[in-house]
Write a protein that binds this ligand. Structure first.
Ligand SMILES: C[S@@+](CC[C@H](N)C(=O)[O-])C[C@H]1O[C@@H](n2cnc3c(N)ncnc32)[C@H](O)[C@@H]1O
Length: 264
């Protein structure tokens, strides 16, 4: 019995070794199909199965809309749902199930690509998929193609520096703990706020408490590098009390500190 198991294990192992078990994750940049790397376009053009994350069942994948024009007509597109929930326990089932679907496609020997908005290393659904695959499907070789992160596309459009000389830069999600926002902002020169423009008015109130002077520069954008983009350059004083400086999840705010002398 043990021998039979060993033979079957060796057979499965050699089948796995003889088939190319590769998966590419491609960072699709902020939204403009021209802001993709040459490598990303190359991988996308050759993809046979494409996995595209989406927050709701019938909502189109943003990453997919960016790369659509590069895809081959025969490529199979599979939407994977990642609901926008803060409860990690509730999300774990989606991560596992989505990773299993991807692993099955990889085992079929096809060229499989996972798409993600911006760069895969920052607040991306890819991070959870990667973790599941390295835990449960170690035979899959993974390539990650970096993408232009939304904050860099924003800085380029707004023509601002994010950090210079000895300045420090923080990246903070706006939709969680405001006390953390205050503490991080207090010790950094520039803070980039991602994840959810609908929280930016709370953040603006908090920046004052974090020692930002009234004339600190605040740059806000919604839908960077896509149609309908909105961009505002302002100061903390001008935004005090303003409700909804942006109304969309896909928004970025950069706050550059001028120090208040009377607060820490
Ligand atoms: C799940 S995170 C993905 C970040 C992405 N991996 C990146 O590199 O930018 C989603 C957040 O990124 C920001 N974001 C991504 N693309 C954007 C865009 N085109 N315009 C404005 N904000 C964007 C928003 O703050 C949004 O809430």
């Amino acid at each position: 019995m043990l021998d039979k198991l060993k033979i079957s294990f060796n057979l499965n192992n050699s089948i796995l070794q003889n088939t190319k078990m590769r998966l590419s994750c491609v960072g699709c940049g902020p939204g403009d199909p021209e802001l993709l790397t040459i490598k990303a376009v190359d991988v996308i053009k050759n993809a046979e199965v494409v996995f595209a994350p989406t927050a709701k069942k019938d909502r189109p994948s943003i990453a997919l809309s960016v790369v659509k024009k590069y895809l081959s007509k025969s490529a199979k597109i599979v939407s994977l749902m990642f609901p926008m929930l803060k409860d990690k326990e509730a999300l774990k089932g989606y991560w596992k199930e989505n990773a299993e679907q991807i692993a099955a496609a990889v085992r079929s020997g096809k060229k499989v690509v996972y798409l993600t908005v911006g760069d895969p290393s920052i607040y991306s659904t890819w991070i959870y998929i990667h973790r599941e695959l390295t835990k449960n499907h170690r035979y899959i070789e993974i390539d990650i193609v970096p993408g232009i992160a939304s904050m860099f596309a924003f800085a380029a459009e707004a023509k601002i520096s994010l950090a210079e000389g000895e300045e420090t830069l923080a990246i903070v999600p706006a939709c969680y703990d405001m006390d953390r926002v205050r503490r991080t902002s207090n010790v950094c020169d520039t803070v980039v706020f991602l994840k959810d423009g609908r929280y930016f008015d709370n953040v603006i109130e908090t920046l004052y408490d974090a020692g930002f002077a009234e004339d600190s520069m605040i740059a806000i954008a919604q839908d960077v590098a896509v149609q309908g983009e909105i961009m505002k350059m302002s100061t903390l004083a001008n935004l005090q009390g303003v409700k909804g400086p942006t109304e969309k999840y896909f928004s970025i705010m950069v706050a550059k500190k001028k120090k208040r002398s009377d607060r820490k």
